[in-house]
Design a protein around this ligand. Structure first.
Ligand code: G3H
Ligand code: 13P
Ligand code: ZN
Length: 319
């Protein structure tokens, strides 16, 4: 059942986080439904601009519609990840999405407000909610002054009030991809909880979103490298940081890279161990199972595992 992102946030706020997982193809979508159902977790399917261009956006929408029919007990929202204005409007008008993200974080504060406000007006008129972004997620060391910046809590409050957005992606120390933190003696690697706490104080009850949330497990990187890969110094968000962040108002946790790592590990190991094989379905089957397993684990550490009946009940009461 496709629900609104708002409905999911209402149940999750301050208690657990909803996993938001990107998909690009059938195998990811299949593994996604299996993993979330096995762990009885509500979830958010994310489609990025790149995913919509990889083949044709209609392939992904059709896969999701069919999966909804095959797995009627699943409860999920469909979200545009990192949209620009044109893509947001296209998704809003399509009638298929639950919510969109307008990413104008590279613009000035005022311009970001103006662009986000426009998307919010059109989205709200069609019953969709809008995630915006303030602050800049980037490569390593983004907390260094003059470089990429953490979200300023006072600015976040003004931004939410002026733009009317429904949730906010905040820069709290993470970055996209497989190289998030540079180890330095004495420096704690992980989230800037002081920023999360301040934003929650200023905007109580308002959902925050954490991008760049892959954990980049060392065991996964070691296996990829042992099977011919070359990913030196990869690192991600410590798993023990998720639930404390969720309890402070981080409702949505975006994970894409960790799924790509599973894909890379499975395929590198498969062809290393079976050099004679050439049927794409053989490694495909392994990937679907391994991806599902990864999601079950993620949902456990996010606190969303086992919540499906509770979410279903709350949604029925609200209707
Ligand atoms: O934050 C970005 C997501 O990982 C999606 O990546 O734009 O390469 O599809 P993509
Ligand atoms: P990762 O690269 O850490 O998986 O982050 C994904 C993301 O933020 C998608 O919007
Ligand atoms: Zn992102």
């Amino acid at each position: 059942m496709i629900v609104t992102t708002k409905q999911l946030f209402k149940v999750a706020y301050g208690r657990f986080a909803i996993g938001a997982y990107n998909i690009n193809n059938l195998e990811q979508a299949y593994g996604l439904f299996l993993g979330n159902l096995r762990s009885k977790a509500p979830f958010i399917i994310q489609i990025s601009k790149g995913a919509r261009k990889y083949t044709d956006k209609r392939f992904l929408e059709a896969i999701i519609r069919v999966a909804d029919g095959i797995f009627p007990e699943a409860i999920f929202a469909v979200h545009l990840d990192h949209g620009d204005e044109a893509t947001c409007y296209d998704c809003i008008d399509s009638g298929f999405y639950s919510s969109v993200m307008i990413d104008a974080s590279h613009e000035s504060f005022e311009k970001n407000v103006e662009i986000t406000r426009g998307v919010v007006e059109r989205a709200h008129a069609r019953g969709l909610s809008v995630e915006a972004e303030l602050g800049m997620l980037g490569g390593v060391e983004e907390d260094i002054v003059g470089h990429v910046c953490l979200t300023d809590p006072d600015e976040a409050k003004r931004f939410v009030e002026k733009s009317g957005c429904d949730s906010l992606a905040v820069a709290i120390g993470t970055s996209h991809g497989a190289y998030k933190f540079k180890a330095e003696p004495g420096k704690k690697l992980g989230l800037h909880f002081e920023v999360i706490e301040k934003i929650q104080q200023l905007l109580p009850g308002f959902p925050m979103v954490m991008h760049g949330s892959s954990s980049v497990p060392k065991a996964e990187i070691d296996r990829i490298n042992a099977a011919g890969g070359s990913m030196k110094d990869a690192s991600g968000v410590p798993e023990e940081d998720f639930l404390p962040a969720a309890k402070k108002g981080v409702c949505k946790v975006n994970i894409d890279t960790d799924g790509r790592l599973v894909w890379t590990r499975v395929h590198r190991e498969f062809f290393r161990d079976h050099p004679e094989k050439f049927d794409l379905r053989d490694p495909g089957k392994v990937f679907v199972e391994e991806y599902a397993k990864m999601l079950e684990h993620k949902n456990t550490i996010l606190g969303s595992a086992g919540r499906l009946d509770e979410v279903r009940g709350r949604i029925q009461v609200d209707q």
